[in-house]
Design a protein around this ligand. Structure first.
Ligand code: AP5
Length: 213
C-alpha cells in the first residue's frame, strides 16, 4: 500500500503518519525528517540544504527524489509506505509514478489533510519538537506532560527554525505555489481523498482511516 499524505505545512501530516504506521505496519517516509537528519549529521547534503530549509523554500527535486528512491528500493518499504511531505511538486509526482511503475507498483491513495491558513499559522507557531526523538508537540493542542520537556526522552523541546512567523509565511507561499498543483495531478486518476484536518488528533485519525477504508 502506497499512501501519500498531503496538506499545508503543519496540517498534521507527521502527527497522523506516526499513527498510521502503528495501524497499518508500513513505514513513514518523511522527506522533511530525512533532510533534518542530514543537517544534524553535518553531511555535505545537510550543509547544502540548511539555508533553503531555514528560508522555508523547497529543496531541489533531484535531491528529494533520490532520497525517496533509495528508501522505496530498500526492504523496509517492500510492503508499502506512507509518504509524508513527498511529492511536493508535479515533477516529484511524475518521478514517483515512474519509479513505482518500473517496479510494478502504484500510488493507492492521496490523503489531502485540509486546514485553513490561519490554522497553519497557529499550529506551526505553537509546535515544539524533541531534538532527540523528533516527537512533535503543541504548546496548546498537544502539550507534553511537563511543559517544555519531551515525554519520551526528557529532553528540552526546541522550536524549529522554520516555525518562526516569517518562515511560516514563506512555507505557506511555497505550498500554494508548488504543492497545491500536485493534487490536480492526481485528481484525474481518482486518487485524491480530501480529509477535514480540523478537530482533535483522534478525530482526524478516524477520518483518515475511514478514507483509506
Ligand atoms: P516538512 O518537515 O515536510 O514540513 P511541512 O510540510 O512544512 O510539514 P510539517 O512537518 O511542518 O508539518 P506536519 O503537517 O507534519 O504537521 P505536524 O504533524 O508536525 O519539510 C520541511 C522543509 O524540508 C520544507 O520547507 C522544505 O525546505 C524541505 N522539504 C521537505 N520535503 C521536501 C520535498 N518533497 N521537496 C522539496 N523540499 C522538501 O503538526 C503541526 C503542529 O500541529 C504540531 O505542533 C502538532 O502537535 C499540531 N497538531 C497536529 N494535528 C493537530 C490537530 N488535529 N489539532 C491541533 N493541533 C494539531
Amino acid at each position: 500500500m502506497i499512501l501519500i499524505l498531503m496538506g499545508p505545512p503543519g496540517a498534521g501530516k507527521g502527527t497522523q503518519a506516526k499513527r498510521l504506521v502503528a495501524r497499518y505496519g508500513i513505514p513513514q517516509l518523511s522527506t522533511g525528517d530525512m533532510l533534518r537528519a542530514a543537517r544534524k549529521s553535518g553531511s555535505p547534503l545537510g550543509q547544502k540544504v540548511a539555508a533553503i530549509m531555514d528560508a522555508g523554500e523547497l529543496v531541489s527535486d533531484d535531491i528529494v527524489i533520490a532520497l525517496i528512491e533509495e528508501k522505496l528500493d530498500g526492504s523496509e518499504a517492500s510492503e508499502g509506505a506512507i509518504l509524508d511531505g513527498f511529492p511536493r511538486t508535479t515533477a516529484q509526482a511524475e518521478a514517483l509514478d515512474a519509479m513505482l511503475s518500473s517496479k510494478g507498483r502504484a500510488v493507492d491513495a492521496v490523503l489531502s489533510i485540509e486546514v485553513s491558513d490561519d490554522d497553519v499559522v497557529r499550529r506551526n507557531s505553537g509546535r515544539r519538537t524533541c531534538p532527540t526523538c523528533s516527537t512533535s508537540y503543541h504548546v496548546e493542542f498537544n502539550p507534553p506532560r511537563a511543559a517544555g520537556v519531551c515525554d519520551n526522552e526528557g529532553a528540552a523541546l526546541v522550536q524549529r527554525e522554520d516555525d518562526k512567523p516569517e518562515k511560516i509565511q514563506a512555507r505557506l507561499a511555497a505550498y500554494h505555489r508548488d504543492t497545491a498543483p500536485v493534487l490536480a495531478y492526481y485528481q484525474p486518476q481518482g486518487l485524491v481523498k480530501p480529509v477535514d484536518g480540523v478537530g482533535s488528533i483522534d478525530d482526524v485519525f478516524g477520518r483518515l482511516t475511514a478514507a483509506i477504508g
